[in-house]
Design a protein around this ligand. Structure first.
Ligand code: SF4
Ligand code: SF4
Length: 382
């Protein structure tokens, strides 16, 4: 039988479950390690060690609902995504981009200094590796390259994990973005963990990932181990409760821009923007300058300040306000824009999906609006 080892993988080994601690400790030598941790009854991403992992916890998610219980489950990664993602670490909600100072010689601009060590993310799920790939495309490769994202992303490391269990609102399988970290995204996932019953398969797919695996003792992963990995991924796919008609996108959106459902959704929508905050692919932002006048003298005042960028959202009424009016004046138009950008325009703009099927927007919407149900409704009769 042909070996199941994928060609792209540079290094692969099997480690004991407790040896994940060695991986964490090794990472901590050179990185700020950001991993899953319990906080106020939720799994968040935070600076974390092996001892912080919510091992054996399980979350129960529904529309507008999240509950976490300690089920002492055998699998470390029995829990699924919480509201957090890499986003707030690489693209902070409020971020100083640069400072400026005006003098007689002109305006001098100084990029904001990066503080701290590079980040190693541990436990990033397949869906979020796709979201990170989209972020890289937008902020590192696109026409609006962003030095502050680049500074935070540079030298960062991603330890991704193939999900052994889906969250109740996940639909990544139908989007083709999970639950497995596939070769399309191993360029952003330096190491991929696959949890087996008694061990982890650890696969390094980049030189940085390989370096970290050096010195961590392990055994060779056998074809039987890889078979177990494969069967766990398949059972995770089968256990996924939600799906979307991915093959019909984006035409389903374009065909239905005037569908009455948009109006119906607008009646339930609170415009709170929660969905945008938790979504790992939402990247809209706005910026403003904080200006300080100082040094008054006969020569005049010295002008200096900082450019601040903050997360924004299609749901914000001011986001579409321009000189002369607002080009998305209704809630219907704002909701439609949010969904259409995710499910239609992003792919055209960046050749990557704008929704990765993580289900966070469903869980954290206080009105219980479910993107999969909204899509299904668009297929219905007008
Ligand atoms: S739109 Fe919802 S399901 Fe899709 S990536 Fe964003 S939060 Fe996840
Ligand atoms: S869809 Fe839900 S989470 Fe998003 S703005 Fe509307 S009420 Fe808030």
């Amino acid at each position: 039988m042909e070996s199941l080892k994928e060609k792209k993988i540079k290094k692969i080994k099997k480690i004991k479950k407790d040896d994940l601690k060695i991986l964490f400790d090794k990472l901590r030598e050179s990185y700020t390690v950001i991993g899953p941790k319990l906080s106020q009854g939720v799994v968040v991403l935070s600076e974390a060690g092996f001892e912080d992992l919510p091992a054996g916890f399980r979350d129960y998610q529904a529309r507008g609902t999240y509950r976490l219980t300690d089920e002492k489950a055998v699998d470390v990664f029995s829990f699924s995504n919480g509201p957090d993602s890499f986003k707030r670490f690489l693209h902070p909600p409020l971020n100083e981009i640069f400072s400026f100072r005006k003098s007689k010689k002109g305006i001098a601009i100084e990029p904001a200094a990066k503080e701290g060590r590079p980040i190693a993310f541990v436990g990033i799920r397949a869906c979020d590796t796709w979201a990170l790939k989209l972020y890289d495309r937008i902020f590192l490769e696109g026409p609006a390259r962003d030095p502050s994202y680049s500074a935070l992303r540079k030298d960062s490391l991603v330890i991704a994990v193939n999900c052994p269990h889906p969250g109740d609102n996940c639909f990544c399988s139908s989007m083709g973005t999970g639950p497995e970290v596939t070769p399309e995204v191993t360029d952003v996932a330096d190491i991929v963990l696959s949890e087996l019953e008694k061990s982890f398969i650890v696969e390094a797919s980049t030189p940085a990932g390989s370096d970290i695996l050096e010195g961590i003792a392990g055994e060779e992963a056998t074809d039987r181990d890889l078979e177990e990995k494969r069967s766990r991924i398949e059972s995770c796919k089968k256990a996924m409760k939600k799906s979307v008609p991915y093959g019909e996108l984006p035409e389903l959106i374009y065909r239905n821009l005037e569908h009455p459902r948009w109006k119906d959704t607008a009646k339930r929508d609170l415009e709170c923007g929660n969905c945008t905050q938790v979504c790992p692919t939402c990247f809209c932002n706005s910026s403003y300058d904080l200006i300080r006048l100082s040094g008054f003298s006969q020569k005049g005042a010295e002008l200096k300040g900082v450019r601040i960028r903050k997360w924004d959202s299609c749901f914000s009424r001011n986001f579409a306000r321009v000189h002369g009016g607002n080009f998305r004046p209704s809630r219907r138009a704002r909701y439609r824009q949010w969904m259409a950008h995710k499910l239609a325009y992003t792919k055209e703009q960046f050749a990557l999906p704008g929704c990765v099927g993580c289900g966070r927007c469903i869980t954290w919407c206080p009105a219980g609006i479910d993107i999969t149900e909204e899509l299904e409704a668009l297929k219905g009769v007008r």
